[in-house]
Ligand binder design. Sequence first.
Ligand code: MF3
Ligand code: CO
Length: 280
Amino acid sequence: MNARMFRRQLNIQYKTPEQIEKMRAAGLVVAEALAAMRDVVSPGVSTAKLDEIADEVIRSAGATPSFKGYQGYPATICASVNSQVVHAIPSPAQVLHDGDLISIDCGAVLDGWHGDAAITVPVGQVAPELQRLATTAEDSLWAGLAAAAQGALSGSGRLTDISRAVEVAIRRSGRFGIVDGYGGHGIGTEMHQDPHVLNHGRPGKGPKLVPGLVLAIEPMITIGSPKTVELSDGWTVVTQDGSVAAHVEHTVAMLDDGVWVLTADDGGRSRLGDLVTSRA
Ligand code: MF3
Ligand code: CO
């Protein structure tokens, strides 16, 4: 008997190409909301203002903010500043300052299908170390997306090939902490589905990367320790050592001729080239 025998059976919702087209529509709404918020991030702007903008973009597109009401979450976005890692609730009292690093996470549901993505944005002029943190998070996300594509195209990829690719990209860039206990997820008619996607680990494990698999990949890294604490509001996750964190995320679908980064305007083409499906 080994540990594997006790592991819960994964319940993965594989999507048809037609369903993936619907998820693309949801993904574009999320991309539009994030782009609108990125445009207004600057010193003096509150995170509540960003939330308002996201809500407006999502509802104007005929979609619904998926975070609002999710296990009682009270807002449309998570706006995590500096040592806040993820799930920080927007507030009129949280005003951005020059030199801050903000991670904005946003989700929308359209016609029953979810999109989920996050960006990390410098506020004004940030320290070079923070810019490197943000760039590393972004690069590691695209490394994970490339691994997903290569795995799907080769027919022999497995889930943790993505985890390993994210980890290698982070380690290559410096001594950053890879946040413990959080990761990506399957996504479809619910925001969170199987499988869980770790941001580190040995490759070659887990479900096969096959057409129809749709994942949210979301690296979270820190300048310091990977340990985090959840605040008494029941949501906000902060670094234990107070170091600055970054979080980025895309929703990606696997098709038989490559991937479709559903929450990227260009479907991922500019970063992944031929690894992107011809449907994009
Ligand atoms: N993108 C986040 C995640 O995948 C969702 C935020 S949780 C919520 O964990 F409660 F804010 F919705
Ligand atoms: Co997510």
